[in-house]
Design a protein around this ligand. Sequence first.
Ligand code: XIL
Length: 341
Amino acid sequence: DQSLKALAARHNLAIGTAISNDALAEPQYKAIATQQFSSVTHENAMKWESLEPTRGTYNWGPADALIDFAKKNNQKVRGHVLVWHNQLPAWLTEGVANGTISKTELRDLLKKHITTVVKRYKGKIWQWDVVNEAASDPWDSPSEIHLKGFWAQNLGPTYIADAFRWARAADPHALLFYNDYNMEAFGDRGPSDKVWFIYNLIKNLRAQGVPIDGFGSQGHLGTQYGNFDAFQVKEVLDAFSDLGMVSAFTEVDVRSQMTAGVQAGDSNEINPRLQASASNFSVLLQACLLNRNCLSYTVWGFTDKHSWVPTWFTDPPEGLATLYDENYQPKRAYNSIKSDL
Ligand code: XIL
């Protein structure tokens, strides 16, 4: 068996992918999702706006469907995501904005959300992304890294410790992760203040007994940033390992700018950017393999046919960010990570 999941199993590593519920209806998509990957993540179905679009009325169907799919296929599940500032239900954000939901009530609602979701899937989730993207970026203002977004603004910094404690209480056996992007930012972009901000935050919280088990590095890269260095990326993971934590790459993809003759569906050989893409996919996998407790390497979708990149990165347009092209043919990046395993 030369599948990614079989090769990765020899390293005790899970290879995962985000899954779009709609795409699972396609036989080719379903076949690759089943044959190549040993872990799955809901691309959107576990987000608060998907689970509770109307206050008090839960829509569990799509989330349950992927849990059942994973069980049937002997796959682990990375739960994504409990606390994030994006994809929140409108009733929640509007309620806070117009003052009908007070800060006290908001905290209670967050506790109820975490408790309800984590309890429902107790024993079925391997790793939970408890808090996602809490830190600002260097290009934000002020440029000094700080806690950003809806939760920090409305509840203050204590929401992070609360969230992890509530999640632990609801499922003591799930591994609880802090997850963020631009955490592999070494090499061309220099050591990142964001990495050390998060590192210090987690170090302090753990010293206070807050149950943060894992560090998730999303791994959304672009070929325009050049090639990353596996040993430098490994150093970031090692820093968290030294705190006693496990690690994972949670949303790997490598986008390319669709300029200068780059077409969706460009084949492996035509475009040097596909080479750079393959290299960056490899660097993150190698860093994971070099770190002593990197548990999983998850890609954020596996085919250019179903990738969030073209819809999100439009100026300039970007794409070609996954392991398979739009016709489900493996690209150079696929061969590259396969040979690393
Ligand atoms: C993205 C999904 O892929 C899109 O379909 C959705 O419209 C927006 O969110 N970081 C995360 C993921 O943690 O949840 C995001 O997923 C991509 C960035």
